[in-house]
Structure formats: C-alpha cells, structure tokens
Ligand binder design. Sequence first.
Ligand SMILES: NC(=O)c1ccc[n+]([C@@H]2O[C@H](COP(=O)([O-])OP(=O)(O)OC[C@H]3O[C@@H](n4cnc5c(N)ncnc54)[C@H](OP(=O)(O)O)[C@@H]3O)[C@@H](O)[C@H]2O)c1
Length: 291
Amino acid sequence: MDKIALGRTGLQVSRIALGGYPFGGLNRANNWDPWSAEGRKIAIATINRALDLGVNYIDTAPAYGKGNSETLIGEVMKTRRDECVLATKVKWEGYSKQATIDSVHDSLRRLHTERLDLVQFHGGMFTHEEYRHIVDGGPLDGLLELQQAGKIGFIGLTTEEPWTARPFLKHTEIAVLQLAYNFIYQSAARNVLDEAQAAGTGVVTMRTMTSGILQRAARYIAPEWLEHSNLYEICLKFVLSDSRVHSAIVGMRWPEEVDRNVALVETFKPALDFAVLPRMTAHVYEAEDTE
Ligand SMILES: NC(=O)c1ccc[n+]([C@@H]2O[C@H](COP(=O)([O-])OP(=O)(O)OC[C@H]3O[C@@H](n4cnc5c(N)ncnc54)[C@H](OP(=O)(O)O)[C@@H]3O)[C@@H](O)[C@H]2O)c1
C-alpha cells in the first residue's frame, strides 16, 4: 500500500489506519466481546490482517476498555512492532507531569514496546484554561521529557471540535492532530485544516465513518440509501478526497472489513480535491456559475 509522510514528522503512513476503539468496547448486539477468548482471537486476527495488507498505522488509547485495546495490540506488537507506526494517547485533565509520564509507561508495558511513535493528548473540546493546563501545567513537559528520553517519537493531540485545537498549532512540539472530520461533520474543513497544513502538522481523521451515526440516521430517514449505496464507502472516499488529510483512522473489528477498506483505498482516485470543495453558499453559487 502507498505511504504518505505524516506532515513534518516524516513518518511514512498508510492512508488508512487501524482504530483501536473496537478492541476496548463491548457490543453485545453484534456478539462483540474483546475480553472473551473468541473476541480476542478475532481482534488479533484483524490487527494481523491490517499489517499483512500494509496498514502500518495503529491508533489506540489507555481509555479504550481500560487498557484492553492496548493489551490486545500489544500481543501483536510482541512480534510485529517494527512493521507499524504505533500511536496511543494520554489523559490530561487533572494530570500532573508525573501522572502523564506514569500513564505513558503503563501504555509502553501494555503495548510490549520500548518506544511509541506518537502519544496524543486525548481530547474533546479544549477551553483556554485546559489549553493552558496542557502546555504550562505539566502534561506537555511530561511528554517532552519522555521524548528526550527516546520513549516517544512525536507528540500529538486529538479533538472532537477541531477549531479548539487551533491554539496548539503554534507549538511546534505538537506535530500531529487527530480530529473529527467526516461526511456529516465538516467543521475542520473550514476551521483548522488549512492552518494545520500550513504548519506542516500531521493530520489524521477519527470518526471517519461517522462512528455509524450517518448509517443509523439513514435507517430512519432514508432506508433506501442503505439498500442502494454503501455509506461506509462514501464516508471513506470523502475523507480520502481531502489532500489536507494524511491518514483516515477507521474502527474495524473483523478481518473482512480490513480487506474491504484496503481494497477501496488502493483503488480510489479522487476526482476533486475536497480541500477546495465550496462550503459557503456564495462559493457554491460561484462554483456552479463557473461550471
Ligand atoms: N481521540 C478520540 O477521542 C477518538 C474518538 C473517536 C474515535 N477515535 C479513533 O478513531 C477510530 C475510528 O473511530 P470510530 O471507531 O468511532 O468510528 P468509525 O471509524 O467512524 O466507524 C467505525 C464503524 O465503521 C464500521 N465499518 C468500518 N468499515 C466498514 C466497512 N467496510 N463496511 C461496513 N462497516 C464498516 C465498523 O463496523 P463494525 O462495528 O461492524 O465493525 C464500525 O462500526 C477509533 O477506533 C479510535 O482509534 C478517537
């Protein structure tokens, strides 16, 4: 699979990344239990399938199943660590410098590795006070110390509300942004992606498939879409069409899902760079007139 530089980190990553949430989340309706022997077996098969097919970016977090996601990925890392860019996260709310360092050491143990390529502050929406706490109150110093010690390669940040990540862009230590950006939530397109690109920040999407929200809503308001279209495919194509995005993280539980998504990524050629997709009414009118 083709690789792309993750912004100024220079890390070479596949355009699709394996999301770690499913390995920490129970879903009885779909007979999914990543703590059971059977669930663990499937999860490990999925992780292996992703690596086999050239998906070389894995994203996880201590919060996913209280370490279960990291532990499952760690099983595979025992033998395949050098085949991927490994990213995890750290909480920051109420965390001191030492608590940040301790959390990363716990992740390193669970993931069976001496070094993480990327550790991200696990965020939602950052207020100014929260931003100040991260950069001045200990958490960033903790990650910088780990970076200097060679325990982590790069520092990043994850956000549900992309515009609240803007103040962090001026901190050159923060090299990667993981943000919510998908077919139905496009705030990032206008509020942070240009700035991130200008700063050379690596950009990866979370909730790439809308976390199933679009698909669930369609069941009620447009069931015919589910019959006649593949909304997952549309969501993946949407994100892959934006040149400001380096990699799309996708939650995949079953090896067959990896197969389907990899096949799409390998064959899809965007017809238009959605970085220039008009999103203001005036710009839509202008684009129509031009066409
Ligand atoms: N930093 C954060 O706060 C944060 C927040 C959310 C997500 N994330 C990261 O981003 C990753 C992805 O987000 P997400 O898991 O919320 O949602 P997502 O990737 O938007 O959607 C995952 C869903 O898509 C389905 N799916 C994927 N490929 C499919 C295919 N080819 N056909 C049919 N269904 C398909 C999966 O189905 P099944 O469930 O049936 O397998 C799963 O339900 C997470 O795992 C995590 O690593 C981070």
